[in-house]
Design a protein around this ligand. Structure first.
Ligand SMILES: [Zn+2]
Length: 377
């Protein structure tokens, strides 16, 4: 095993993980298990990292495959898993993308980040899983062939549904090996998301990871049960969901931003958590839905701050030309929105992030009292 830092810290191993690596690399005295070690030099990286039945030596990269089930024709479905073992100690960082098969930006963020990471300069281990849901990617679909959403079935079960079995393989054989997890997504179903993190900021390790990814908006919640992020965080792995753009598109700007942030994270794992302004933390989010059917055209852009009554977009009845404005019901920041399209009443068109301070002052209620699907991304 190549866990150069503790995974036994009071059930929240990542809270201490990166910090321990920092001290080790700074010539400090905190050892892997919290014992004092009289050493002034950094420990060498463990000689091998074991994963998927392979031993990856320090300074090497192996491109492996993980069998995730079978196709309708009985052929094995294998997904690529790239494992880069650095020459210096550090945590096991796992980049996962394509859990929703139509969400492409993360696929390219993971591929480019792995390709640009030299084992000689890496601290710890980098595991790249660019296409978690190969079934979905092949069909350009968010879902698995049984129409289930893979990101509702983690950690999965060996004898469960197809989705549960795939979740089990990914979680048991990859995710449990990780200290840090970044799960890349985009907006869902013809919606686009501002670059943002979904993170449980009650977890010190998650807070540290979020800060290391640079200043970007963070939606703070524990995550829906069944998501990879929630399942990983629940067993003490520091996991965040990284949202970037819209499905079925490779967006060069979003990809570049994602690669830059992830590469910076890997490069600076040994440094203290960056100081500076906290990112924008949104304690609550709410969807604004349209009440009329027709053609939705937006007037706002991702990242816009809106006030109650501001017009977000207009729905035009294609038969009689009648137009209806969609207005912001409360103050917020536009963290997700529909692309221009035809809609029916009830369609969730604009996703507003609400700062914690505003939420405490009187959070807006969901009109029908139903829980918002904040991880439908
Ligand atoms: Zn997604």
């Amino acid at each position: 095993m190549s866990r150069p830092v503790s995974k036994q810290v009071a059930g929240r191993r990542l809270a201490g993980c990166v910090g321990a690596a920092v001290l080790l690399l700074a010539g400090g005295a905190l050892a892997a298990d919290g014992d004092d070690v009289p050493s002034a030099t950094p420990s060498p990286a463990p000689p091998v990292f074991e994963i998927l039945g392979e031993k990856v030596r320090a300074g090497r990269r192996l491109n492996l495959t993980l069998r995730m089930g079978e196709s309708f024709a009985g052929a094995p479905m294998k997904i690529p898993v790239s494992v880069t073992h650095g020459t210096r100690p550090g945590p096991v960082t796992c980049l996962v993308a394509g859990i929703h098969g139509d969400e492409l930006n993360g696929v390219e963020i993971v591929r480019r980040t792995v390709a640009s990471t030299s084992p000689r300069k890496l601290r710890g281990v980098l595991v790249g899983v660019p296409i978690a849901n190969l079934h979905g990617l092949q069909r350009g679909s968010r879902y698995l062939p049984d129409r289930r959403d893979l990101n509702r079935f983690f950690p999965g079960r060996r004898t469960g549904s197809a989705a549960s079995r795939i979740a089990d393989v990914l979680f048991r054989r990859i995710v449990r090996k990780c200290d840090l997890v970044l799960d890349f997504h985009t907006g869902s179903l013809r919606r686009t998301n501002l670059s943002q993190l979904r993170a449980d900021l009650s977890d010190a390790g998650v807070v540290d990871l979020a800060r290391r990814l640079g200043k970007m908006p963070v939606v703070n919640n524990a995550g829906r049960i069944g998501t990879l992020r929630r399942a990983a965080t629940d067993i003490g792995i520091a996991a965040v969901t990284y949202e970037a753009g819209e499905p079925l598109r490779f967006d060069e700007d979003e990809i570049q931003r994602g690669v830059e942030r992830t590469t910076k994270l890997l490069r600076e794992l040994h440094l203290p958590t960056p100081a500076g302004d906290d990112p924008s933390f949104f304690g609550r989010t709410r969807w604004v839905r349209v009440d009329q059917g027709g053609i939705l055209m937006s007037r706002v852009h991702l990242g816009d701050a809106v006030e109650p009554g501001d017009v977000l977009g207009t729905v035009t009845n294609p038969l009689n030309g009648e137009q209806t404005d969609v207005r912001a019901p409360f103050r917020g920041t536009l963290i997700g929105m529909a692309v221009n399209q035809v809609v029916i009443p009830g369609f969730a068109a604009y996703h507003l992030g609400i700062t914690s301070a505003a939420a405490e002052a009187g959070p807006p209620e969901t009109p029908d009292g139903a829980p918002e699907d904040d991880d439908a991304s």
